[in-house]
Design a protein around this ligand. Structure first.
Ligand code: USQ
Length: 381
């Protein structure tokens, strides 16, 4: 297939590019490096720096892949549509969004940059598809956080409502607890609007917090490491706990630690993206899949990390600190995740070996850990 990846430089974009390049798809990688620039400006570098896409793409092509790249901002409609027109993709995987809840809550400027970037990139992509190639499949990385923590089971995207003896299928109610997550609700709404109006094909992958690293010969041989963030803005909780343990600092549990989320290993993220590519919706239809494999509370995650890392002589304590976020801590949480399993996903479950293998990766780069960026600095209120 001819596949465009928007946001191909990031934690998920780069591994996806490597995975699909070696599956012999023809790729066009797009990135403006906005996240790199923000991370550098805020002194929150990922654990290991990776070269920019041009160097990496050259090596991919030397290894027999068929990959091009464009360093453009998807917020620029003219530039995006020119590339889209030339490449004529069969599918576009859209990661080109600012992904940080804490960043979006710093102040007005950060709120606007999150909203502006995320809605602009999504709307421009939709316009490329509807004007240039309507049968192109849009795969957008959504987030489980769009649903929030409702007091009823979380279905996969849709809910049948019976009201005064009449029935209708609606989008499952969304109620997020950060501006970032709210921006994702808004772009979902844009996609659904144009699916109805212009008969485009959309898959929305409602993903939970991702953890882990990608073990890949090409990445390791060339030292093209993934963008593994562990800081308070861009790091997800399990990756942060493992870095905190390796740095011999306590695991920072926000609030009571009873918050429950659905988690996924990055290997399964890649598998889900391939499954989404293989199972496109019909024109005028929108698939929504909940993309996580297991539910944990933050306390359970912290205890798992503590117990597993004891096996490699890392002793770590757990610190409950005042929650910098405004989020429900004690809540019902039961989210469905059957769609991907029905497509054939065989889930990777979190166990001691996986936690130890991530810790061993972090240990290799221990000297780069910046302890100053571990504690949360953004308060929601
Ligand atoms: N948490 C801690 N300690 C930490 C960091 C987080 O206790 O050091 C807690 C948070 O309070 C929260 C939970 O862990 O209850 C998850 O936090 P997170 O930072 O791992 O995840 P979140 O901010 O929700 O965002 C991340 C990604 C985002 C993605 C989302 C999926 O940054 O791009 O959309 O996970 S989800 O959470 O399902 O919405």
């Amino acid at each position: 297939m001819k596949i465009m990846i928007l946001g191909a430089d990031g934690y998920l974009g780069w591994p996806t590019a490597v995975d699909l390049a070696f599956k012999k798809h023809k790729l066009m990688l797009v990135d403006s490096y906005i996240k790199r620039k923000i991370m550098t400006k805020m002194n929150r570098e990922p654990l290991v720096k990776s070269p920019t896409l041009s160097t990496k793409v050259r090596k991919l092509n030397k290894a027999g892949c068929n990959v091009s790249m464009a360093n453009i901002d998807c917020c620029d409609f003219t530039k995006l549509s020119n590339i889209f027109k030339k490449f004529q993709p069969d599918a576009v995987i859209h990661f080109a969004e600012l992904p940080s809840a804490p960043y979006s809550m710093i102040g007005n400027k950060e709120a606007w940059s999150t909203l502006d970037n995320n809605l602009h990139t999504t709307l421009n992509l939709i316009w490329c598809v509807k004007n240039i190639k309507t049968d192109c499949h849009i795969i957008k990385l959504g987030t489980m956080g769009e649903y929030g923590t409702p007091n009823i089971d979380i279905e996969e995207g849709w809910l049948n409502i019976k009201h005064n003896n009449r029935e209708q299928r609606f989008m499952y109610p969304r109620q997020a607890s950060s501006l970032y997550h709210t921006s994702k609700i808004m772009d979902t709404d844009l996609l659904w609007f144009y699916t109805r109006m212009n008969k485009i094909k959309v898959t929305d992958l409602m993903q939970g917090p991702v953890y882990g690293i990608m073990n890949n010969d090409f990445i390791e041989a060339n030292d093209f490491q993934i963008s593994f963030a562990y800081d308070d803005m861009f790091g997800t909780v399990l990756n942060r706990f493992i870095v905190q343990a390796v740095a011999k600092t306590p695991l920072l549990v926000y609030g009571s630690g009873s918050q429950i989320r659905g988690y996924i290993n990055i290997k399964d993220t890649l598998a889900c993206i391939s499954l989404a590519l293989e199972n496109p919706p019909a024109s005028g239809d929108m698939h929504i899949h909940n993309q996580f494999t297991e539910q944990f509370s933050v306390n359970q995650l912290a205890k798992k990390v503590q117990k597993s890392l004891k096996k490699i002589d890392i002793d770590v304590s757990i610190n409950k600190i005042k929650n910098p976020r405004i989020e429900s801590e004690k809540h019902y949480y039961n989210a469905k995740n059957k769609n991907m399993m029905n497509y054939g996903l065989s889930p990777t479950f979190l166990n001691d070996d996986i936690i130890i293998s991530i810790a061993q990766y972090v240990l290799k780069y221990k000297k780069y850990i910046n302890k100053k960026i571990l504690k949360p600095k953004t308060k929601w209120a």
